[in-house]
Design a protein around this ligand. Structure first.
Ligand SMILES: Nc1nc2c(c(=O)[nH]1)N(C=O)[C@@H](CNc1ccc(C(=O)N[C@@H](CCC(=O)O)C(=O)O)cc1)CN2
Ligand SMILES: Nc1ncnc2c1ncn2[C@@H]1O[C@H](COP(=O)(O)OP(=O)(O)OP(=O)(O)O)[C@@H](O)[C@H]1O
Length: 194
């Protein structure tokens, strides 16, 4: 049997390249029209007072800033991942300015994060970035185990993946610590809620 960690590494390499190629093929104009607000079946799962965890997307990832603006306007508190240092566990802290992003600073992994003064929050719902997903909710991340570890500690949190359609795969070699998604949203489809 193939070692899942070896199989995951090779799948990550392949999916990183596919994600990069797909992201490069989308014009800025089209990109600006995508992921403006979650589809209605997902909104039904998100209580009006829910703290919503998002991510500050890198150039190849499904953009999440449209959802940040949408949830902020709808009265939700927003949170983004942050790390005291790259070796520390991931936490979420409040993101107060989704329109100007003036509250964010440069963080680990080349990603913007809330400043050290931002209030730490536990999101009720998180929208998670990913490299790969299956139509039954399995998720492959960057390989840091950040989301899996955070979700293992926060079992009540609803987790929704955001992805390009090109990140769908038939199978992910999951391990016992991998936590499945409750739904995945792409520019053309909603998988789940499961
Ligand atoms: N936008 C975003 N924020 C996030 C994550 C993520 O995947 N995306 N994370 C998810 O856990 C956490 C940060 N963890 C990370 C772990 C590893 C790498 C990483 O290996 N990056 C590659 C570049 C990837 C690429 O070019 O596509 C690298 O640095 O070589 C990045 C983030 C929290 N915040
Ligand atoms: N709940 C956990 N407790 C301890 N270690 C964990 C846990 N979840 C994952 N890990 C460790 O994190 C590392 C990366 O895990 P994995 O390959 O599943 O990452 P990933 O799901 O791709 O990444 P991420 O969750 O950051 O998006 C592995 O060494 C794994 O053992």
């Amino acid at each position: 049997m193939t070692d899942p960690t070896v199989a995951k590494a090779s799948l990550r390499k392949q999916l990183r390249a596919a994600r990069r190629a797909h992201a490069a093929s989308i014009s800025e104009n089209i990109r600006a029209l995508l992921f403006k607000r979650p589809p209605a079946p997902l909104m039904e799962l998100i209580p009006a007072d829910a703290v919503v965890g998002l991510y500050h997307a890198g150039p190849d990832e499904a953009p999440a800033s449209g959802y940040a603006k949408f949830f902020s306007e709808a009265g939700h508190k927003l949170a983004l991942p942050t790390f005291a240092s790259p070796d520390d566990p991931m936490q979420f802290a409040e993101h107060t300015d989704p329109f100007g992003e003036t509250d964010l600073v440069e963080g680990a992994f080349g990603l913007k994060r809330p400043s050290d003064e931002a209030e730490k929050l536990t999101p009720d719902v998180i929208f998670a970035p990913l490299l790969g997903f299956t139509d039954t909710g399995d998720r492959l991340g960057q390989g840091g185990g950040h989301y899996d570890r955070w979700l293992a500690q926060n079992t009540e949190t609803l987790t929704i993946g955001m992805a390009w359609d090109e990140q769908l795969v038939d199978n992910i070699p999951t391990e016992p610590h991998d936590i499945a998604l409750s739904a995945i949203v792409t520019p053309t489809r909603l998988y789940g809620p499961f």
